[in-house]
Design a protein around this ligand. Structure first.
Ligand code: TPP
Length: 276
């Protein structure tokens, strides 16, 4: 159980770092970064078979952040796992930094440039198919936004994944029910979401995307069904962990005032204290 306690604390620490780099740079997608943090922590500290000292190790599991705008939490996790020096986070979104506002291949650990929504799952299908053809055992994980599911290309990839029986492919949807301009169900309705993925031939589970033990359980290899790709619908809260950001689409791409920054830090510091 201790491992989970450590991971829960790690998630609070990552959220605190996200707030710092977003405030310092005056840029970033803070809401979607805070909603995906627990998923990234479960992946990078428990699930993925990776070697930060050897980011291109051929046997590594692959991870694609298809909702590439939420790069803030991703960079904080990669730095914390040792893919690059934490001091580089200070350059986030500054002129000349490789830590630009969307994931790119210059950053150690990043598998794919992303940011134009709707591409990550297709790339993941290609990687998972390559693993099968090369008789490799690595798994491929793709994290998508729920707003992103409005892109038609997602469904072409969904169809191909089950056609090619890609049981080494795991897609996760950060189901925070908001996208850039409001509720997903108003912009482009997704429900019944579970049934849609099932009808495309996927094994589907729905979990609390802030409960780290449940996330780890849903992503573990022994949950896989032979010949069937896996979809994990992770129910989350956009802006999770900062009271005034939670469930408010304004924080999709918001910049904090100094007062808001201090309030966010105070809340997360309190959480870290409680967890210590
Ligand atoms: C092809 C494409 N169209 C539009 C955008 C602009 N855009 C950036 S983020 C976003 C909303 C994404 O919502 P969601 O996937 O739910 O992300 P989250 O709420 O998790 O941040 C949009 C429309 C884009 N990046 N790519």
């Amino acid at each position: 159980m201790d491992i989970y306690k450590d991971l829960i604390k790690k998630a609070a620490q990552i959220r605190r770092e996200v707030i710092d780099i977003v405030y310092r740079s005056g840029a970033g997608h803070v809401g979607g970064s805070l909603s995906e943090t627990d998923i990234l922590v479960a992946l990078y500290y428990k699930i993925l078979n990776i070697d930060p000292q050897n980011p291109e190790w051929p046997e590594r599991d692959r991870f694609i952040l298809s909702k590439g705008h939420s790069v803030d939490a991703y960079y904080c996790v990669l730095a914390d796992r040792g893919f690059f020096d934490k001091n580089e986070l200070l350059t986030y979104s500054q002129f000349g930094s490789k830590l630009i506002g969307h994931p790119n291949r210059q950053v150690p650990g990043v598998e794919m440039n992303t940011g134009a929504l709707g591409h990550g799952l297709s790339i993941g299908v290609g990687m998972a198919l390559a693993a099968k053809m090369d008789h490799k055992n690595y798994r491929v994980f793709v994290l998508m936004g729920d707003g992103e599911l409005a892109e038609g290309s997602v469904w072409e990839a969904a169809m191909a994944a089950s056609h090619y029986r890609l049981d080494n492919l795991v897609a996760i949807v950060d189901r925070n029910s908001l996208q850039i301009s409001g509720k997903t169900e108003d912009v482009m309705a997704l429900e019944p979401l579970q049934e849609k993925w099932k009808s495309f031939g996927w094994k589907v589970s729905v979990i609390n995307g802030h409960d780290i033990p449940s996330i780890c359980d849903a992503l573990s290899e022994d949950k896989k069904v032979a010949g069937v790709p896996s979809m994990v619908i992770a129910e989350t809260v956009k802006g999770k962990g900062v009271s005034f950001m939670e469930n408010d689409p304004k924080w999709h791409h918001g910049v904090m005032s100094e007062e808001e920054y201090r309030k966010a830090c105070a809340e997360l510091d309190r959480m870290l204290e409680v967890l210590s």
